[in-house]
Design a protein around this ligand. Structure first.
Ligand SMILES: NC(=O)c1ccc[n+]([C@@H]2O[C@H](COP(=O)([O-])OP(=O)(O)OC[C@H]3O[C@@H](n4cnc5c(N)ncnc54)[C@H](OP(=O)(O)O)[C@@H]3O)[C@@H](O)[C@H]2O)c1
Length: 310
C-alpha cells in the first residue's frame, strides 16, 4: 500500500511516500481505507526522535494516530459495524502511528456523522478523546467555570466546545490575535503568557473553579494561584505538575487506560450543530512534509489534516 513514512528521525523532510506492507485488523479492530488523517504534536515528536517513545518505533514508521475512512476489513469480536461503513477513530496504541497510509487499523472508532467532513473526522480522534478524558478527570459539569490554557490548539479547541456543551463557562487562553477564533468556539478569550492571574481578574469573573493546562508552557503556578488549589488543576503537557501537587493525565498513548466514549459524544453534538473540528489547513498525503512543517507553526488554531490522494 501507499504510505507516508520515515526511516530515520529528523525534520519534516525525512518523510517520504512509498509502498509498505498492508496492516490487517486484529481482534476487536477494523481496518479502513483511509480518507483523511490528523497531524498531532505526538507525530512531530516521534518523527523528530524527541519523544521518549521514539526509541520504541520499528522503522520505517508510518506517522499519524488519528484517521477516518471506510471499513474494508473487520477483525474478530467486532459487532455493530459492517464493511463499507464510514468511521473515524484512533489507531492501535502500541503502533504509535499508521494513519497516514492507504489502509490503517483502528483500535476504537465511531460512525462518522455526515455533519463531520472527512478532514474533520480524520483529525478528531485523540484530540476528542484527550479533551473528554481531561474534562472527566477534572469533573467539568454544568455551572463550572473552567480556564483552558492553550485553548486554540488541537486539543484545546475541542475541549472548549465539549466543556461548553456540558454547560460550563469557559475562559480560553491564546494569542491576542486568536481572540475571535476562541470566541467563536464558545470561550471568553484572554491572552496567554505571564501575568495571567491579573488578566483573568480583569475579566470580572468571580471565581475560576478548575483549570486545564494543554499548553505545557510553565503556567502551572499561575493556574494554581487562579483556582486557589493544585487539586483543581490538571495538565496534559507539563510533567513538573506533581512537584506542585498538580495531576498529569497522559492518556492511552502514555499508558493510562482510556474512557473511549468521547467520539460518540462529539459525533452526536456535531449532528446537533454544537461541535466542529477546526481544521486550519488540509494537505494531500503526498505533501506530508509541508503538513508537518505547518503543524509546528503558530498561530495554531485547531488541527492540520492529511487527505488521501493516491
Ligand atoms: N497527555 C495527553 O494525553 C496528551 C494528548 C494529546 C496532546 N498532548 C499534548 O498537549 C499539548 C497540546 O496538544 P495540541 O494538539 O493541542 O497542540 P497544538 O495543536 O500544537 O496546540 C498548542 C496550543 O498551545 C498554544 N500555546 C503556545 N504557547 C503557549 C503559551 N505560552 N501559553 C498558552 N498556550 C500556548 C498554541 O498557540 P499558538 O500556536 O498561537 O502559539 C497552540 O494553540 C502537546 O504538548 C501535546 O503533546 C497530551
Amino acid at each position: 500500500m501507499f504510505a507516508v513514512h520515515f526511516d530515520r528521525f529528523g525534520p519534516p523532510d525525512v518523510l517520504t511516500v512509498g509502498t509498505l506492507p498492508e496492516p490487517h485488523a486484529g481482534p476487536g479492530q477494523v481496518r479502513v481505507r483511509v480518507r483523511a488523517a490528523g497531524v498531532s504534536p505526538v507525530d512531530l515528536a516521534l518523527r523528530a526522535g524527541r519523544s521518549p517513545s521514539s526509541e520504541r518505533l520499528a522503522l520505517p514508521h508510518i506517522p499519524g494516530v488519528d484517521a477516518a475512512g471506510v471499513i474494508d476489513e473487520i477483525g474478530t469480536d467486532v459487532t455493530g459495524h459492517a464493511l463499507g461503513d464510514d468511521v473515524f477513530g484512533v489507531v492501535e496504541v502500541a503502533r504509535l502511528g499508521g494513519a497516514s497510509a492507504e489502509f490503517a487499523v483502528l483500535a476504537y472508532w465511531e460512525a462518522k456523522p455526515p455533519s463531520l467532513s472527512w478532514t474533520e473526522a480524520g483529525a478528531a480522534g485523540t484530540s476528542v478523546e484527550t479533551a473528554t478524558r481531561a474534562l472527566d478527570v477534572l469533573g467539568v459539569r454544568e455551572g463550572t467555570t473552567l480556564l483552558i490554557d492553550g485553548a486554540a490548539g488541537g486539543v484545546g479547541s475541542v475541549a472548549v466546545q465539549l466543556a461548553a456543551a456540558r454547560g460550563a463557562r469557559v475562559i480560553g487562553t491564546g494569542r491576542p490575535e486568536s481572540a475571535a477564533f476562541l470566541t467563536g468556539l464558545g470561550a471568553l478569550p484572554v491572552a496567554y503568557g505571564p501575568g495571567l492571574p491579573e488578566r483573568v481578574r480583569a475579566l470580572g469573573v468571580e471565581r475560576v473553579g478548575l483549570a486545564l493546562d494543554v499548553a505545557g508552557s510553565g503556567s502551572l503556578p499561575e493556574l494554581v494561584s487562579i483556582t486557589g488549589t493544585p487539586s483543581s488543576v490538571l495538565t496534559l503537557a507539563d510533567f513538573t505538575g506533581p512537584e506542585l501537587g498538580v495531576r498529569v493525565s497522559v492518556g492511552e498513548l502514555g499508558g493510562e487506560p482510556g474512557g473511549r466514549h468521547g467520539l460518540a459524544v462529539a459525533a452526536a453534538l456535531s449532528g446537533e450543530g454544537r461541535f466542529r473540528v477546526p481544521v486550519r489547513e488540509a494537505y494531500p498525503m503526498t505533501r506530508a512534509t509541508a503538513a508537518h512543517s505547518a503543524a509546528a507553526r503558530g498561530p495554531r488554531h485547531g488541527k492540520i489534516a492529511l487527505t488521501a490522494d493516491w
